[in-house]
Design a protein around this ligand. Structure first.
Ligand code: SAM
Length: 286
């Protein structure tokens, strides 16, 4: 380990500490981040894996604590990330496998995890330009669905995700896992349904709702060249009437088999690829 990183082992921020006990208060605090209550209290969340931690640092997210397994000592990228974390004023913890397993609640955990400050965008700060696409999710409940939507929004070059009403926490461990790092690249807005209704009044672009009773084939709408928000309904209840009534169009994705509906994240993916059809190609970026 680089001497800058190893230099001081007192445990103060910007320094390195070795921990083997689950009873250590710092470890207890990190473990508590499995619960939303404590994530909110600490305004923090956990991201697992070297790639995610590097992505987050590259994108300017604030790291509070870097945790790495003893077995990662000597790994050049881990050393580098530890040095960056120390330079950023974070606490760096070298821990036993047992501690890492307990923190992530997973056998064979990643060798590195970071505790980051939560960051969201205020609805009033959202600016949607011509050709920009945002996704608004009404009361999304499933962390895997939310993570998959955030990842897909990132992949197609859409601009952000609005979480409308009582949604699953985007900073839950399972959501962050499912984003594969895109949680750090995609602006997230949390809003109440009422605030979204108000915001919509001042939004001059297209609000396209997806609905199982939609009369319009999603492929027949021209989405390109205008500010666009795709509004997706809750997994079990779909879009409620007051939100459906706000939409410029209610589109449906045709289905042929016995399934009642598509999975929310799959439907969002289908819509995003249609909306971004003209913007994406294999030869030109973005
Ligand atoms: N039982 C719910 C209902 O009646 O709407 C099913 C909701 S579906 C699992 C979740 C969301 O995915 C829907 O609200 C809609 O936004 C989108 N969705 C799923 N299948 C769709 C389809 N065939 N056409 C349009 N949207 C669809």
């Amino acid at each position: 380990m680089n001497s800058d990183v190893r230099g001081n082992r007192s445990g103060a921020p910007g320094q390195v500490k070795e921990i083997t006990s689950l009873a250590n208060p710092v470890i207890k605090d990190i473990r508590s981040l499995a619960l939303k209550k404590f994530r909110d209290e600490q305004n923090a969340f956990i991201a697992e894996g070297l790639k995610l931690v590097i992505d987050a640092l590259d994108l300017g997210w604030t790291i509070r604590t870097l945790v790495f397994a003893k077995s990662a000592l000597g790994h050049p990228l881990v050393e580098k990330v530890a040095a960056r974390s120390v330079a950023a004023g974070a606490l760096v913890l070298e821990v036993s496998e047992k501690v890492l397993t307990a923190v992530t609640r997973k056998d064979n955990p990643q060798i590195v995890l970071g505790v980051f400050e939560q960051k969201t965008t205020a609805l009033r700060d959202v600016r949607i330009g011509s050709g920009d696409v945002w996704v608004a999710l009404d009361r999304i409940r499933d962390p895997g669905n939310l993570g998959t939507v955030i990842r897909t929004v990132d992949a197609v070059g859409a601009k952000g995700v609005m979480l409308v009403g009582d949604c699953v926490d985007p900073f839950a461990l399972e959501t962050v896992r499912a984003t594969m790092g895109s949680v750090f690249a995609v602006p997230l807005v949390k809003t109440s349904s009422d605030a979204f209704v108000q915001w919509r009044k001042g939004f001059n672009g297209m609000l396209a709702g997806t609905h199982l009773k939609g009369a319009v084939d999603y492929r027949s709408v021209s989405y390109a060249g205008k500010p666009l928000v795709l509004l997706m309904g809750n997994e079990s209840q779909g879009l409620p009437e007051p939100l459906a009534a706000l939409c410029d169009t209610l589109v449906r994705i045709p289905q042929a088999g016995r399934a009642d509906s598509l999975n929310l994240a799959v439907a969002t993916g289908v819509m995003l690829y249609e909306a971004r059809r003209d913007a994406l190609s294999l030869t030109v970026d973005g």
